[in-house]
Design a protein around this ligand. Structure first.
Ligand SMILES: Cc1cc2nc3c(=O)[nH]c(=O)nc-3n(C[C@H](O)[C@H](O)[C@H](O)COP(=O)(O)OP(=O)(O)OC[C@H]3O[C@@H](n4cnc5c(N)ncnc54)[C@H](O)[C@@H]3O)c2cc1C
Length: 446
């Protein structure tokens, strides 16, 4: 089969449009939001926010007019059904921005939750919860990690059936967007005595049900602690206490006891999307590095003329190219297979692991090359830097993915029964000598 790195001209036009749109419309919006002030120095007031909302609605309409709203979705869900490779090429462009995914209707955690309901939900759940997510009318959150444990075997938040309802009790945290969500998808233990993979179920919990308590709206490093106590603000990763929350039985998502297995559809897709956007983040960091190297002098020489700087630029380029090809290969494999098979899970684990490492290495080099400016909060590098450790933790830590990857890889091998390994040279030499003795003897006898 031929390997072709080109895309059809019509799709290239879409990619070019997204690139220009991201640069000319979304990046300025990001910068304005970062500043949080008008030119006269006043903070953005109520009217200002209304104007920004109307402006972003206009941007969303342009995206819809190009047929790119919710571009991660298949045709069955009202999306363009582009497949993962094309998704990758578009996501790379959005990765350069902060608010791009929201403007294109493909922001986490909503994207993963749409997939989750699409794969596991009943027709009623799709109508009530998935459709408003697709249209952008509602927002959601995914509530699995607990303050005392990130590992499924250790979860304590539980649900007990009581007539037509389930009663939820327990604590969850790092529920991204939980404080602002219209509903939460909660993982709760329903059969504590069963093996880990069968003991939890997922529930769709309306955020305004009695007993859903936002304890704090936890933010990541760099945001003031006082923001955590503003439990109605946007962003943040909520610490939530579920106090005797009575959830209607029809809000069980998927089969009882199949929560962990069902959640894989969400987590696998999300990991690939994060990797795609990481390509965009690192490309921007490399662009910044190259421009700075050509612009800044030290001891009368441009930084770009110093060999250690050249090495950093070359290493970053190679790392990024290899990573991008691996992400594209994974996307291609998903398109070809249409399911998260063992082969694909190997690749997804690999790119999830590399995303953290590549982000770390390239963004660190870019910060370093910018000197004090790199350490300041006056470049996008500060935000980007956060993505490196985040990428190694969210959706499963690097170590856990490495352990799983190694297990998947080892399944393709057998132990060697012999004292020495298969590639032990004296053994191979003996076999080769037997073979070539015959070759020589046959030749001489002929
Ligand atoms: C920005 C961000 C957003 C997030 N959003 C969400 C969300 O929306 N919903 C949600 O439910 N969760 C969310 N999370 C939580 C995330 O999924 C967890 O942080 C992650 O699964 C790790 O769990 P933990 O934090 O409890 O770490 P732990 O599991 O306690 O891990 C701590 C350390 O132990 C190591 N470790 C653990 N197990 C092993 C092992 N088997 N082998 C070797 N080392 C191991 C880890 O690698 C890590 O270094 C988010 C996290 C971040 C950072």
């Amino acid at each position: 089969m031929p390997i072709d790195f080109d895309v059809e001209p019509e799709f290239q036009e879409q990619i070019d449009w997204v690139e220009k749109f991201a640069k000319e419309e979304i990046e300025p919006l990001d910068n304005f939001m970062r500043g949080g002030r008008t030119k006269s120095g006043d903070p953005i007031d109520k009217d200002g926010w209304r104007a920004i909302r109307a402006y972003t609605d206009g941007l969303k309409q342009q995206v819809k007019d190009r047929g790119l709203w919710g571009f991660h979705l298949g045709k069955d869900l009202g999306g363009p059904g582009l497949g993962q490779v094309k998704l990758c090429l578009l996501n790379e462009k959005l990765g350069r921005t902060r608010s791009g995914p929201g403007i294109f209707g493909c922001q986490a955690p909503d994207t993963g939750n749409m997939e989750l309901i699409a794969h596991n939900g009943t027709e009623e759940q799709k109508k009530k919860y998935m459709e408003p997510l697709l249209s952008g009318e509602k927002h959601s959150a995914y509530s699995m990690t607990e303050p005392h444990a990130g590992e499924p075997g250790e979860f304590k938040c539980n649900a007990v059936r009581d007539g037509d309802e389930w009663v939820l009790n327990g604590e969850k945290w790092f529920t991204s967007n939980g404080a602002n969500a219209d509903f939460l998808i909660v993982m709760a233990v329903t059969a504590p005595d069963k093996p880990t993979l069968e003991k939890a179920s997922m529930f769709i919990v309306d955020r305004d049900l009695p007993g859903v308590e936002i304890v704090r709206n936890v933010h990541t490093m760099g945001t003031s602690l006082r923001e955590n106590y503003n439990v109605t603000s946007g962003g943040g990763h909520a610490y939530i206490r579920y106090n005797n929350v009575r959830v209607p039985a029809e809000n069980l998502l998927g089969e009882e006891g199949q929560g962990f297995v069902g959640s894989q559809t969400r987590l696998s897709g999300g990991r690939v999307h994060h990797a795609m956007r990481a390509v965009g983040v690192c490309t921007k960091a490399l662009d910044m590095m190259c421009e700075r190297a050509l612009s800044r002098k030290a001891r009368g020489q441009l930084l770009s003329e110093l060999q250690m700087v050249q090495q950093d630029i070359a290493d970053s380029y190679i790392q990024l190219k290899q990573f991008r090809l691996h992400v594209l290969y994974t996307a291609w494999l998903i398109d070809k297979t249409g399911a998260y098979t063992r082969e694909i899970r190997k690749e997804i684990a690999s790119i999830k692991i590399s995303a953290a490492k590549v982000n770390h290495d390239i963004i660190y080099r870019a910060i370093h090359l910018h000197g004090a400016l790199g350490m300041s909060n006056e470049t996008p590098l500060a935000d980007m830097w956060m993505s490196a450790p985040q990428m190694g933790i969210m959706d499963g830590t690097t170590e856990v993915h490495k352990a799983n990857l190694a297990k998947l890889l080892l399944r393709d091998y057998d132990a060697c029964e012999d004292l020495f390994p298969t590639y032990h040279l004296p053994k191979l030499l003996e076999e080769a000598q037997d073979k070539f003795d015959r070759v020589i003897n046959d030749y001489l006898a002929a």
